[in-house]
Design a protein around this ligand. Structure first.
Ligand code: HEM
Length: 412
């Protein structure tokens, strides 16, 4: 094995694999291999001194995700064991929402979300995505250069979500700033979380006073009668759960397309559709790479590992995509879903079809406006943000022929 400065002794036998260190963002597959070498379930650190089991085997993941009798998603027993300032808490702290609820409570929360999103027609969502892409291209299009992470994928998701949640575009900058601070982690993350909480509370206050044709109004009026506080928590979850992974799905797909002439030259002819690139991302570098946090209800043996209660078990969607690709190279149908990137079982992503539509429409619309996007940094030299949970580019710089979307002759 070559020596890697960022992961000096990370793979020493008997020590947990440190998913928090910088080397993980540089080469996640080496870390996944080290975890897999330990068996279907490996032992890792998500933050210094804070350990978790990590499932890298598909069979074990499916068994776990479907076994609600043995496993719970309630993190409160674990929370009592970690320092109050643990940086894991922003992603793993209990809140009264569907991600952290089991059984009947989970069904109640989840059903409201499913019903609310069910009323978003695909053609309407498509329009909203196009409108948001057009706003962003009109901002950076005249410059002839842009960072497609900071100026496109991330603000696009705040524009689309802010719009679906029924606020004017002018509010999306505020949402973007708050989520940005919160997701970056570090010292500002608590301030970001507080500002994000304020945005959501104000949103629910506005919708409680006056309903609109939007998701929070549908949640408030749902026959399962969530209280305004419960609606606030579902919205808090949904905006956050939707923004980060979908923005990363878009930028990861763009980086594959722009770095690969075979894709890019056929984009306009449709020979290799954008959906193929999105599917490739779900297999090779899925945006939510390690999550699906569960806890054994009592200490137990599972797929050869003794699992202790109150210790997080993380599903490595990233590792599973990687191993499925390695073990079945060339035999996958392009849209094969053995990657499990949407999760499985009762907590699997309830919004995967809308998320796929948003990602593919965003890339298609952007490349229609700017058909000669050229990356200015080779794909192998792109930087990825550190952190155990995501596969997320720091920047995707491009150049293109300057363009203003509403100039004469442009498409509507
Ligand atoms: C508009 C975009 C999205 C929204 C609103 C959304 C929302 C949600 C919500 C509310 C849950 C919790 C479901 C439950 O506990 O019953 C969830 C779970 C999940 N989502 Fe999404 N999501 C979006 C996009 C994505 C994307 C792009 C990915 C990755 C490709 C993703 C992957 C997942 C996974 C793996 C889970 C299961 C997590 C677990 O088991 O703890 N989601 N999503």
């Amino acid at each position: 094995m070559t020596t890697h400065p960022a992961r000096s002794d990370a793979f020493a036998q008997g020590t947990p694999v440190r998913l928090w260190e910088d080397g993980f963002a540089l080469d996640p597959y080496a870390y996944y291999a080290a975890l897999r070498a330990q068996g279907p379930i490996g032992w890792a650190e998500l933050a210094p001194g804070q350990s978790a089991y990590v499932v890298t085997d598909r069979r074990a993941a499916l068994d776990l995700l479907h076994d609600t009798g043995s496993f719970s998603v309630d993190p409160r027993p674990w929370e009592r064991t970690v320092p109050e300032d643990s940086q894991l808490l922003s992603m793993m702290r209990w809140r009264p929402n569907c991600l952290f609820a089991d059984g009947g409570e989970h069904i109640r929360y989840r059903q409201t979300l499913l019903d609310a999103f069910d009323l978003v027609e695909p053609h309407d969502l498509r329009e909203r995505v196009h409108r948001s892409v057009d706003i962003l291209v009109s901002r950076f299009g005249p410059d002839g250069e842009a960072d497609l992470v900071r100026q496109f994928a991330r603000p696009l998701m705040t524009l689309v979500l802010n719009n679906l949640f029924g606020l004017p575009d002018s509010e999306s900058g505020r949402l973007e700033a708050a989520l940005g601070l919160m997701m970056e982690g570090g010292e500002e993350s608590a301030a970001g979380e507080a500002e994000y909480g304020k945005y959501v509370m104000e949103l629910i206050a506005v919708k409680s006073a006056r309903r609109g044709d939007d998701l929070p109004s549908r949640l408030l009026d749902h026959p399962l009668r969530l209280t305004p506080e419960e609606v606030t928590w579902q919205v808090f979850l949904t905006l956050g759960a939707g923004h980060e992974p979908t923005a990363n799905l878009i930028s990861n797909a763009l980086s594959r397309i722009l770095g690969n002439p075979a894709y890019y030259s056929t984009l306009t002819s449709g020979a290799r559709p954008v959906m193929d690139a999105v599917m490739e991302v779900l297999r090779y570098e899925t945006p939510l790479s390690n999550y699906g946090v569960h806890f054994a209800r009592r200490s137990m043996s599972f797929h050869g590992m003794w699992l202790q209660a109150a210790v997080p078990i993380i599903i490595s969607f990233g590792a599973m995509g990687h191993f499925s690709e390695r073990d079945h190279a060339g035999t996958h149908h392009p849209h094969d879903a053995s990657h499990l990137s949407w999760g499985a079982g009762p907590h699997s992503c309830p919004v995967k079809q809308p998320a796929l539509l948003i990602a593919t429409e965003a890339v298609e619309r952007l490349t229609q406006w700017l058909p000669d996007l050229r990356p200015t940094v080779a794909r192998e030299r792109l930087q990825w943000r550190p952190g155990p949970f995501h596969r997320s580019l720091t920047a995707l710089p491009v150049r293109f022929t300057a363009r203003v979307p509403d100039q004469a002759g442009d498409r509507a």
